[in-house]
Design a protein around this ligand. Structure first.
Ligand SMILES: [Zn+2]
Length: 276
């Protein structure tokens, strides 16, 4: 069981307070990390107690390997050089994957809390529901309740023979290409979303849509759901709005262009490189 479910979500601490408890603390969009002998780790309670900072928006996240995990924010300047601030993208390359995902959870919870300070129905102040089992914000006037919500988005690797479809988004830096991605519309299945996004962005129809994997993406509250699909019909015709260039690329070309990261898009490209 210990390595079957690594993280247990909970709104209340599951274990006694311990100096090994994990603290995921953000200032703006950066996580405070602890650095010792060039090794990056997540600050534990004993490290945080030494710091002269005020923490707010504190939430219990749950427990990881028997230690409670908390998230929170601070604005103070860090005066201990062992502690530094790191964005999540850099963190993903500097720390074991499990800790990156815990930091993502922390960021998701903090984004949720900040976006739900006022009621969407009547505009009154919301407060955290006092509950042992339920994470929710409740309106002080009308009782409107809101829970952490995720916005699903698909990401798909489309192949044609031994080539992969990659597109250049207007927002990407020069020369960067990626697989197709887009947000799921209300009332749409994931497969319908794959078909629509690929057709809208590059004018291609696809078939044989297969589930690949998923990844929480805390920018600010997405869940990426990955697929592979095969070319069915059509000629590449970019929408010119979001996508300004797209093409079929061979494995050799993809290898040259690929910039490895933890993202599901990067994992799909690695799948293509391994498979073709
Ligand atoms: Zn209300």
């Amino acid at each position: 069981m210990d390595d079957y479910i690594l993280f247990q979500p909970s709104v209340k601490p599951l274990h006694n307070e311990d100096e090994g408890d994990y603290w995921f603390l953000f200032r703006d969009d950066k996580l405070m990390v602890y650095e010792k002998d060039g090794k990056i780790s997540i600050p534990r309670r004993k490290d945080v107690l030494k710091l002269n900072i005020s923490i707010y928006n504190i939430q219990c996240m749950g427990a990881y390997f028997g230690y409670n995990c908390y998230c929170g924010e601070f604005v103070d300047i860090l005066d201990d050089e062992k502690n530094k601030l790191m964005d999540l993208k850099t963190l993903s390359k500097s720390i074991e994957e499990n800790y990156y995902y815990l930091a993502s959870k922390a960021k998701l919870l903090l984004n949720w809390l900040k976006s739900n300070q006022y009621c969407g129905r009547c505009g009154s102040k919301m407060h955290m529901k006092d509950s042992k089992s339920e994470r929710a914000m409740v309106c002080s006037m009308c009782n409107n309740t809101t829970w952490p919500r995720t916005s699903p988005a698909i990401i798909v690797a489309v192949t044609k023979g031994d080539k992969l479809l990659l597109a250049h988004n207007r927002q990407f830096p020069n020369g960067r290409y990626s697989v197709i991605a887009g947000f799921v519309e209300y009332g749409e299945t994931l497969e319908e979303c794959v078909k629509r996004e690929v057709y809208e962005e590059v004018g291609i129809k696809v078939r044989n849509i297969k589930y690949f994997g998923s990844q929480p993406w805390p920018f600010p509250n997405s869940m990426m759901i990955g697929f592979t699909a095969e070319y069915l019909d059509g000629e590449i015709k970019v929408d010119g709005d979001e996508i300004i260039d797209a093409n079929w690329f061979t494995k050799e070309e993809v290898l040259r262009m690929h910039n490895k990261s933890i993202s599901l898009g990067s994992q799909l490209i690695e799948w293509f490189i391994k498979t073709y």
